[in-house]
Design a protein around this ligand. Structure first.
Ligand code: ITT
Length: 201
């Protein structure tokens, strides 16, 4: 069984392939290289559906899309759906990080809480134009570091310290191995919820 992954983010492709291999090793994940739709939804779910619908319509195959981001409590949930473009129109991860750290420069640790969100849409084309749509979400709570640390992962990983670590040995996600991130992340959590839907393929 083949499934198309509707993302142009190569880091997401690698994470998905690793997570799919552990949950449904029989699924063949294909990268989608068709036209990129305009992501003008007002929520992670709407944007994930926009991307998955476009890929399913273009390929005729079941399609998965992830819309994700970091939600910072003291910023009222921002950057949220605007995470990829927080510092401007180019998807510049280091500029995004620098801006976020700057916005939190006066904020003390107890108020630096944040969550990574991953919303995954699965769109399954059926006979005569019918489509079956499922949406799941995973949330990873933590807080923002004061300085970026680590060279792994992507995006906001160098400033995100997940909850649940030993207090005297806390690290950012960018200091974790890819395997450790893929077991614990918001994307992995969304995938746990998605597994039951993949059984219907
Ligand atoms: P696609 O739309 O093609 O999938 P994208 O990177 O533009 O790629 P999003 O619109 O969902 O995807 O934006 C997600 C942004 O949120 C991403 O660029 C990062 O800045 C951030 N983000 C999401 N997941 C992350 C993760 O696991 N680690 C670090 N940052 C993450």
């Amino acid at each position: 069984q083949q499934i198309v992954l509707a993302t142009h983010n190569l880091h997401k492709v690698a994470e998905f392939q690793s997570i799919v291999a552990s949950v449904r090793p029989d699924l063949q994940v294909l990268a989608y290289d068709g036209p990129e739709p305009i992501e003008d939804g007002v929520s992670f779910a709407e944007n994930a559906l926009i991307k998955a619908r476009a890929a399913a319509a273009h390929t005729g195959l079941p399609a998965l899309a992830d819309d994700s981001g970091i939600c910072v409590d003291v910023l009222g949930g921002a950057p949220g759906i605007f995470s990829a473009y927080w510092a401007g129109h180019a998807k510049d991860a280091s500029a995004n990080l620098a801006l976020l750290l700057d916005q939190l420069s006066d904020i003390a640790d107890p108020h630096r809480t944040a969550q990574f969100h991953s919303t995954i849409a699965l769109v399954i084309p059926g006979p005569e134009g019918a489509v079956d749509e499922r949406v799941v979400e995973g949330v990873w709570p933590g807080r923002l570091a004061h300085v970026a640390a680590g060279g792994g992962g992507f995006g906001y990983d160098p400033v995100f310290i997940p909850d649940g670590q030993r207090f005297d040995a806390e690290t950012t996600v960018a200091e974790w191995t890819a395997e450790a991130k893929n077991e614990a992340s918001h994307r992995a959590r969304a995938f746990v919820a998605l597994a039951v839907h993949l059984e219907d393929l």
